[in-house]
Design a protein around this ligand. Structure first.
Ligand code: FES
Length: 142
């Protein structure tokens, strides 16, 4: 009886977290190769022509995708969409265009501050990749 109750409790805990797989928490998003270049003059990347603009691109850890955010005329942030709580959730940018949230665990990140944590349980910022910009081409790499 107790064994059944224990297993049922574990099941409920699993449902509650919303995480599909168990792994250690707040240990950092594993490294994967990231290396691509965007032509910001291409109409497809129109959102990146204004400061404060952002868009999703593919790639990153488990192909969760990246958020590219234009922080200034010369600076971009390239953040992995993987929620850093336990690397299972994928963050969505809210309508404000400033915050990104993992609806599974509720962690929130400020994309205008390179993905700093604004609400736990995550304690690590979104993983950032290196960016370089020559005025037209944006290269994202690690
Ligand atoms: S719910 Fe698993 S990482 Fe946020």
């Amino acid at each position: 009886m107790f064994k059944r109750l224990f297993i049922f409790s574990l099941f409920l805990l699993g449902l509650n977290s919303g995480c599909k797989k168990s792994s250690s928490t707040n240990t950092g998003v594993p490294n994967v190769a990231v290396n691509f270049t965007i032509d910001t003059n291409n109409p497809q990347y129109n959102n990146l022509t204004i400061v404060g603009g952002w868009m999703y691109v593919s790639g990153g850890y488990l192909n969760h995708g990246l958020i590219i955010y234009r922080a200034s005329s010369t600076q971009f942030y390239a953040m992995d969409r993987t929620c850093t709580y336990n690397n299972s959730g994928v963050v969505q940018v809210l309508k404000s265009g400033i915050m990104a949230v993992d609806s599974s665990c509720g962690s929130q990140f400020t994309i205008s501050s390179a993905g700093m944590v604004s609400k736990g349980p995550a304690s690590l910022a979104l993983k950032n990749y290196q960016t370089s910009f020559d005025g037209e081409y944006l290269t994202v790499s690690n």
